[in-house]
Write a new protein. Structure first.
Length: 75
């Protein structure tokens, strides 16, 4: 029973931890495409900001992965 609960905790940690960043990355891409469609001349700055923010958003998913790995190995 303890092993099953540990596996459930690991699955929930990475599953829920990656849900927010996944939705956030989709919204970032959507907003960037909307901005480029409205003002094609601003493509460079919009793309640069999009990549920067996407990297920061992806860091949250990496933290969730680290927590899940720690739960799997330590607990």
């Amino acid at each position: 029973m303890d092993e099953a609960m540990k596996n459930l905790a690991v699955g929930l940690a990475i599953g829920l931890g990656a849900l927010g960043p996944g939705l956030g990355l989709g919204l970032i891409g959507y907003a960037a495409l909307q901005g480029i469609a409205r003002n094609p001349e601003a493509r460079g700055p919009i793309f640069t900001n999009m990549i920067l923010i996407a990297g920061l958003t992806e860091a949250v998913a990496i933290y969730a992965l680290i927590v899940a790995i720690l739960l799997a190995m330590v607990v």
